[in-house]
Design a protein. Structure first.
Length: 278
């Protein structure tokens, strides 16, 4: 599909900012949402006509719905909706506050669900389009001290897998993007850490990962965003796209282990059925 107009949440940094930059430089129109405009002054100055910057906190459900409706009213057609706003939260379950739990669910999970739900009637009315949901290979692979981040990403992936089956009949495609570690502010700036407890010190290896002085992530956000943008032209839409060699190897390892465990349950699973004929 030829995509000319994109709606992207969370363009102030990371993948969102890089995607917006590449698209604008390619002559596309970008409706980008931010919580503060100070970090996108470069895009505003360089592309005053093509960059439609909107203030939005995706935890505000009525505001998400109004922003989507207003974007379509102003631009007439939006070809691609990129659900990108989100952040990482590190800490073991017992270390997390109730506020931290509620906030990450509202941002990463509920915010993404409401964005997609709000966009669907517009995409359906215009005869189709594409949704890109930014996830992570942590939507398939879980590590200690990442429980709530995984909860939101496993959750949004399940939501998307169901929705894509509902909307395929309307020519709406959806891709779940699962990047590995990348050199973005997500890891080196915006990640949040709970109030850590000495009892869980053995699970705090992520502190080294968050310190650029201990070595940088292998993922190149420029190349990753190029692949994401290219995927919009692919028909049919790929359901998943894993970015990063380590992300793929870990996903394959866990998937193989999971499959072997399921296959070993064949007799157990069958033992709970009614006998044949009853």
């Amino acid at each position: 599909m030829e995509a000319n107009t994109y709606l992207i949440t969370g363009v102030s940094s990371g993948f969102g900012h890089e995607m917006a930059k590449q698209l604008l430089e390619a002559g596309k129109t970008v409706i980008g949402t931010v919580r503060k405009k100070d970090k996108v002054q470069d895009l505003i100055a360089a592309h005053p006509d093509a960059f439609d910057c909107r203030l939005l906190d995706v935890t505000d459900v009525p505001a998400v719905q109004a922003a989507v409706d207003d974007a379509w009213a102003r631009h007439g057609r939006i070809d691609v909706v990129v659900s990108n706003a989100g952040y990482g939260l590190f800490g073991c379950a017992e270390e997390l506050s109730d506020e931290e739990i509620d906030r990450i669910i509202a941002t990463n999970l509920t915010g993404s669900i409401q964005l997609i739900k709000s966009a669907l009637p517009h995409l359906r009315a215009q005869g189709g389009g594409r949704i890109v949901q930014m996830s992570t290979y942590g939507g398939q692979v879980a590590y200690a001290a990442n429980s709530m981040y995984h909860a939101t990403k496993f959750g949004i992936e399940g939501f998307c897998e169901a929705v894509v089956q509902e909307v395929a009949q309307f020519n709406i495609g959806m891709t779940i993007v699962e990047p590995g570690g990348a050199r973005t502010e997500f890891r080196y700036g915006s990640a949040r850490v709970a109030d850590l407890m000495p009892e869980y010190e053995s699970c705090h290896g992520f502190l080294s990962m968050l310190d650029p002085g201990k070595g940088l992530a292998p993922g190149d956000p420029v190349r990753m965003c190029e692949r994401i943008i290219e995927s919009v032209e692919t028909e049919p839409a790929p359901l998943r796209m894993v970015l990063g060699s380590r992300a793929l190897s870990e996903t394959l390892r866990v998937t193989r282990e999971r499959l072997a465990a399921f296959e070993a349950m064949e007799e157990l699973a069958a033992s709970t059925d009614f006998p044949e004929g009853e």
